[in-house]
Ligand binder design. Structure first.
Ligand code: ADP
Ligand code: ADP
Length: 229
């Protein structure tokens, strides 16, 4: 589950200015794709199109052979988890921030997700009900801790497809390394699309696509791209 394909994907926010000019990318189920390239190349737009924030102007995107244009929004979004660059939290408990909108999640589910994201120390004392007025509040967390809350939210959703959209770009390098370790475990066995601007953070990806001005400029493994450079 989770085979993602972009076939000749074309997209423009406004008709005058094409943003993606015919993108072909094949991400086998459970594999890792990294998208790198200069700011404005269209990397985040690719993520938004997979989540169907916008309709395509041409081509198609499929998940397991099914055109996402024909998939119900709710089931599409259930299949995809996103960890963005800047996670905005409610001024409420960590447990609440992990569990909001996740209908049916029990306190034990939330605790397990928090452990998976290594943010559990803040909710260890949670007595009952994740919305209880206990534990640290979202607004008090550091940047790295906020990203761990976003990771826990994703673990709770347990999607086959994971999008990491500059998830560690705003962090200092030591925190980034720690979060990347956690993300490695979270990404295992999921189809993972990582958007990054530093090649060094995605050296292990099964496939790297270099996007430039809305077109694929290069693709290959890290070693292949280095050999060509
Ligand atoms: P990247 O993630 O590679 O930095 P983006 O996908 O965010 O690039 O943006 C690609 C281009 O699309 C940029 O020129 C950007 O200014 C433009 N763009 C992004 N979002 C919008 C939007 N909502 N409306 C109009 N133009 C946009
Ligand atoms: P939700 O929390 O709505 O169930 P996700 O966990 O998949 O959905 O997404 C986490 C949050 O990130 C949501 O609030 C969503 O609106 C937001 N989000 C989705 N896509 C992006 C994106 N490309 N950039 C930044 N934030 C995003």
């Amino acid at each position: 589950r989770g085979h993602v394909r972009f076939e000749d994907v074309r997209f423009a926010y406004d008709a005058e200015r094409p943003i993606l000019k015919g993108i072909d990318i094949d991400v086998p189920a459970g594999s890792t794709l990294a998208i790198v390239g200069p700011s404005g190349a269209g990397k985040s737009t690719i993520a938004r199109l997979l989540y169907r924030f916008y309709d395509l102007n041409g081509g198609r995107i499929t998940i397991d052979g099914q055109d996402i244009a024909g998939v119900q929004q709710a089931s599409l979004r259930a299949a995809i988890g996103i960890v963005p660059q800047d996670t905005v939290l409610f001024n409420d408990t960590i447990g609440y921030n992990i569990g909001y909108g996740r209908a049916g999640a029990t306190d034990e589910d939330i605790r397990a997700a928090a452990r998976g994201a290594a943010i559990d120390r803040f909710i260890e004392s949670l007595p009952k009900g994740y919305a209880a007025e206990v534990g640290e509040r979202g607004l008090k967390l550091s940047g790295g801790e906020k990203q761990r809350v976003a990771i826990a939210r994703t673990l709770l959703k347990d999607p086959p497809i994971l999008i990491l959209d500059e998830a560690t770009s705003a962090l200092d390098s030591r925190t980034e390394a720690e979060i990347l370790d956690t993300l490695d475990a979270v990404a295992a066995r999921r189809t993972t699309i990582t958007i990054a601007h530093r090649l060094s953070t995605i050296a292990d990806a099964d496939q790297i696509v270099v996007l430039d001005a809305g077109a694929v400029a290069e693709r290959g493994t890290h070693a292949e791209l280095m050999a060509r450079a």
